[in-house]
Design a protein around this ligand. Structure first.
Ligand code: SF4
Length: 286
């Protein structure tokens, strides 16, 4: 087994930045995750819903399939993509995975041992010989994900320039399908190459780490599939504890609990004061 995570992607980077130890369990050790329970009132998991909507958007563009309800905010844009596909099927690609080696050279997905970076593009439109539009469908929420999603757009723009040396202008769009919101960024090759060092360093860090220091916190552990139940190789073994070599300051779970308790008390106090104030105002009016 390799000593490191050999390849990274945008979603792997998200997991790694949340908790390197969780990334190790998932991508290097390939530990199975527990079957997830359906959230109350839901008929499908968010991931399954996302895949279903992505499939529907792809079939709509490439096979003129009927539109599903979840895509109705972007009907005009998808019909336009459908028209482009019908006119010239080579100018549009849907749900394509691009593979790069450690020198950022595009490679075939079958060159498994060389794959260093994977980028999955939902919709890729060749607007002209030197201009590309790439689109990512978002079926989840935007709030609190703004930074993460912006980073994804930048990585995708950089990857597009790496994939196509002749391209000089790239526009990346995020389509928030449920929210009816569209976020867009356009960059020249010169602008995008300024991002190279940052993303290259991130990729090197993920694929060369051998310490995988765990970062337990309420935020990172909340939805971690390795935190409990049958995944007991983590809980109770001490594996999740922070590596003693890691000296960075980090509030622990207890700190979060105390803070949350404090906030609750503050809320109660404020509510009590509000009721008292309104009572005294009512009295004065009488
Ligand atoms: S339970 Fe927390 S610390 Fe442990 S792997 Fe998961 S996210 Fe990391």
């Amino acid at each position: 087994m390799s000593q490191t995570i050999t390849a990274w992607s945008n979603s792997r980077a998200d997991t790694y930045l949340l908790c390197p130890f969780r990334a190790k369990l998932k991508f290097k050790d390939k530990r199975p995750e527990l079957p997830r329970e359906l959230p109350t009132g839901k008929k499908e998991h968010a991931n399954d819903r996302g895949s279903r909507i992505h499939d529907a958007a792809e079939r709509m563009v490439t096979h003129s399939a009927p539109m599903v309800r979840e895509l109705h905010h972007f009907e005009t844009e998808l019909v336009r993509a459908q028209d482009i596909y019908v006119g010239d099927s080579n100018s549009i690609e849907t749900e394509k995975t691009w593979f790069f080696d450690a020198d950022w050279l595009p490679i075939d997905g079958k060159e498994y041992d060389k794959i260093w970076l994977r980028v999955v593009i939902d919709l890729n439109v060749r607007l002209s010989p030197t201009e590309v539009l790439i689109i990512d469908h978002k079926s989840g929420k935007r709030y609190n994900n703004e930074v993460k999603h912006s980073e994804q757009m930048l990585l995708y723009v950089l990857s597009t320039f790496m994939k196509y040396p002749e391209v000089e202008l790239v526009t990346a769009e995020l389509w928030y399908l449920d929210l009816n919101e569209l976020v867009s960024i356009t960059m020249t090759r010169h602008q995008a190459l300024q991002l190279f060092r940052k993303f290259n360093n991130l990729g090197v860090r993920i694929t060369s780490d051998t310490t995988y220091i765990a970062k337990p916190s309420l935020h990172s552990c909340r939805f971690c599939p390795y935190r409990s139940g049958a995944n007991k190789w983590v809980v109770g073994t001490g594996e999740c504890k922070r590596n003693p070599a890691d000296k960075t300051e980090q509030p622990d779970a207890r700190w979060h609990t105390l803070r949350n308790e404090g906030l609750l008390k503050l809320k109660e106090l404020q509510e009590k004061r509000r009721v008292e104030k309104s009572k005294s105002q009512n009295k004065q009016r009488r």
